[in-house]
Design a protein. Structure first.
Length: 85
């Protein structure tokens, strides 16, 4: 039972994955600056775009499951039964 839905979770995950990458790269850059070693020189823009795409797809899948779970919970079923659906 896989699906795709667009909602707030979709956009949060799509922005969270590149944000984690940028923070990680910033920490690596800062550590290289502190140790006076070579700074990272990878393709940052390409990885951010890929992170946005992957985050959008994963977020859409999570949004679908959240929508199904919310509808089940709102209809009065017990929580454990909603997880099994």
């Amino acid at each position: 039972m896989w699906g795709f839905s667009i909602g707030i979770i979709t956009f949060v995950v799509a922005l969270l994955i590149p944000a984690i990458y940028v923070l990680s790269r910033g920490a690596s850059w800062f550590q290289a600056w502190l140790n006076n070693t070579e700074k990272p020189n990878d393709k940052m823009i390409v990885k951010i775009v890929l992170g946005l795409i992957i985050g959008f797809v994963l977020g859409g899948m999570l949004q679908y499951f959240w929508d199904v779970f919310s509808a089940c919970k709102d209809s009065g079923y017990p929580l454990l039964q909603c997880f099994n659906k």
